[in-house]
Write a protein that binds this ligand. Sequence first.
Ligand code: BG6
Length: 510
Amino acid sequence: MATANPFQDPARFRRRVRPCALVIFGANGDLTHRKLMPALYQLALERRLPAGFAVIGNSRTEMSDEQFREKMREGVIKFLEDSKFEEQVWRDFATGISYIAGDLRDPACYGALANRIEENSRTRQTGGDVLFYLSTQPSHYGAAIEGLGASGLARGSGWRRLVVEKPFGRDTVTAHELNQTLHKVFPEEEVYRIDHYLGKETVQNILAFRFGNGIFEPLWNRRYISHVQITAAESIGVEGRGAYYQEAGALRDMIQNHLLQIMATIAMEPPAVFEPNAVRDERAKLLRSIRIMSHDEVATHAVAGQYGPASVGGNELPGFRQETGVSPDARIDTYAAVNFQVDNWRWAGVPFYIRSGKRLPKRVTDIAIRFNSAPHTLFANESPDSAIWSRPNLLILRVQPEEGISLRFLSKHPGSGMRLRPVSMDFKYGSSFGVRSPSAYETLLVDALTGDLTLYTRQDMVEASWRAVQPILDVWASRKFEFPNYPAGSWGPQESDDMLARHGHAWRTP
Ligand code: BG6
């Protein structure tokens, strides 16, 4: 039975993972020991995994079960974020972890996996349900999907689901091809395309904020909002991922997926019910409403940057081209900013400025909604500072760090006269709830293990977001940039400021 407020439905919180097995392809890669295992350990610590649970790792490297467990243990100790490592919890959990070395192009690999799944089902009562997790090099995705199909592993006595890690293709065509390959073996309802930003607590909270309250939605449109800025800044460089990154770049790595999903969550229409496809339909509709730029418009609506070396606070920071694994004449963007337009009734004429970059001054992800100014400046004579009159109302949804929401407005300075000053009302997750927020991977793993697709992307969403960036990728592929064009530790290239200034706007400093 539907409850009055779908966001308070207790069934969502009681959700229990039932006995099953998780098979990770590419288990020797970074993601498994950095993100997946710490998330699984945390779930085990909180008793959210059933006794009948097994993890089977696969990659080509020869390793015994014991060696694999030890590698995972080290990863958990190193990357566990908010809890203390408890040896006994790990030992119990690790009895369900095993490893199979094998090449995904070799049918024997799937035979060995089938035997291990069967063995776990007998010895650990994991039953016939299996979640496959594709976290290999993207070039191996096709082989793994076809191998699962040909071996019969994609079907079984229980459910069979497949999580696909990013990158999901490298442009519109390859994303579409990957979808076709997937659909030959898995129906869409069994495909879980992961975008870990959708699993972040604060990104989910955008829905609660917008649709659980009555006061914001009436203002949430072109009549009251001047523009929206979405920033995902990172202070780190490419951290040993130079080889991948110089092929991808900031637009592909962050904007096409994470930030367009955030934008869809900010701008979508309210779904009628809180069900996976109802929510995903609205996100997809919004992504499809993003105006596709002409190639000529790219120059004025998108900016690429690449960081150069700089000395910051006494530290010598290398430029991108000096990073390990990066070619000395790499042409890829480590910073990208785009002015997206949404062609629908709610948002016509409201720019959505989105930027992301490596080696910016700090790590921060937030969404700033800038409201129009009051129609008549009643107090201007008494508060001559013109800066505070230009659109003083600002709503900031802070995704990370220090997750929270703040609303800026003008207030009277104490004393005689009517001097106004911006002040803010703040909500901070940490102090309001006093509980830890689960990591995105904890949330998303539980969702996949319990069959909830709400926070996973669908074929049409992924393809629509690729279409939105495709003209920029096309133009940038043949453009000769004068890189580097911003020093490490700065807020990006001047051109990015100019792009907003042309509309009378300016990036805020988060
Ligand atoms: C990944 C990108 O998807 O997201 C990385 O490939 C980026 O380049 C990372 O650093 C950022 O994620 P988070 O959760 O640390 O903001």
